[in-house]
Ligand binder design. Structure first.
Ligand code: SER
Length: 318
């Protein structure tokens, strides 16, 4: 990759991926786009343009005028919000991605698509979830992700397009607050720990989910996109995960740093049922073997850094 266009730059991943990519490829080489103006480093640290990913003509023109050789397509509506706005989720997540794929194909650009643990469902093997397995998701977000995984494979086979993608687990980060996801509790808990010393959890004890700290996710995107294509057997939808824990596990990790931290439960039935339909722990062998996936953060290392970063931000703000 030499010149990149990123969609959904103001979201949880984009707000950290854009500065990370600019650090590697050069600030002027990464065009950040979003549906709305994004204050801060994403729009101030390099080129920025407004883009509705459903507008195919604008999309294609922007790729062409920027001479982007890769599109990192992050724009999307997350799982819990999608259940409340089904047609919006379909429109942005599927129609927007088809538009993005077509625009990238027209301009001869490579294409990155983030899939998710949400591409699995209740009939998927829950523990050690294989790379290739049953995918019958029960959320609109998951149905869209399966559609897009298949479409990216199709565009590669049919048109020879360089499509690549990852199935992200829940991503934990301190930069932008996530919006409308099910795994978000693992972000909120750190903020609440710093601000109030306690957290009321919307998922139940015993709900295990795959997770990853954002720096490992950013590195994974670049490693995959820069991988030698002759080594890629799968290309799209690689299982990746760095850890698997339930609310009790993350609370115990926080208590190692803040012994007085307390947690109770106020379970949200919608997000609980979504979480119960997703795997507990993915098998990431294909990602390790085909492009050297190697996450660095485990739960305790992530906890230390999350608490330190959020506390530092808070003391700067007061
Ligand atoms: N983290 C996302 C969500 O919770 C899943 O990819 O919606």
């Amino acid at each position: 990759m030499k010149r990149l266009l990123v969609t959904g730059s103001g979201g949880q991943i984009g707000s950290e991926l854009v500065p990370y990519l600019r650090g590697i490829y050069g600030a002027e080489k990464v065009l950040a786009t979003d549906l709305r103006e994004i204050p801060g480093p994403v729009s101030e640290g390099g080129p920025f343009a407004l883009l509705d990913v459903r507008d195919g003509r604008a999309f294609s023109e922007l790729i062409g005028s920027f001479r982007a050789d890769a599109v990192i397509h992050l724009a999307g509506v997350l799982s819990a919000k999608g259940e409340k706005q089904v047609s919006l989720a379909w429109d942005i997540n599927v129609n927007g991605s088809v538009t993005a794929l077509e625009a990238a194909r027209e301009q001869g650009s490579a294409f990155f698509l983030p899939s998710s643990i949400a591409a699995f469902g209740p009939s998927t093997p829950r523990v050690g979830t294989p790379q290739e397995t049953i995918q019958r998701p029960t959320t609109i977000y998951g149905v869209a992700k399966v559609t897009l995984e298949l479409l990216c494979d199709y565009y590669h086979r049919k048109f020879g397009m360089d499509t690549r993608g990852l199935r992200f687990p829940g991503l934990v980060s301190h930069e932008a607050p996530p919006g409308g996801g099910t795994t978000d509790y693992a972000v909120h808990i750190y903020h609440e720990a710093v601000e109030r010393g306690s957290y009321s959890c919307f998922l139940a004890a015993g709900t295990f989910l795959d997770m990853m700290y954002m720096p490992d996710a950013l590195e994974a995107v670049v490693r995959l996109m820069e991988a030698d294509p002759s080594r890629l057997v799968h290309r799209n939808a690689f299982n990746i995960s760095a850890m698997s824990f339930d609310p009790e596990g993350i609370a115990a990790s926080i208590r190692k740093e803040m012994p007085s931290f307390t947690m109770d439960y106020d379970v949200d039935p919608l997000r609980q049922s979504i979480a119960e339909s997703w795997p507990d722990s993915l098998d990431c062998t294909a990602a390790r073997e085909e492009w050297g996936f190697a996450p660095r953060y485990d739960l305790d290392a992530m906890t230390k850094e999350m608490l330190a970063r959020i506390s530092a931000k808070r003391s700067r703000a007061v």
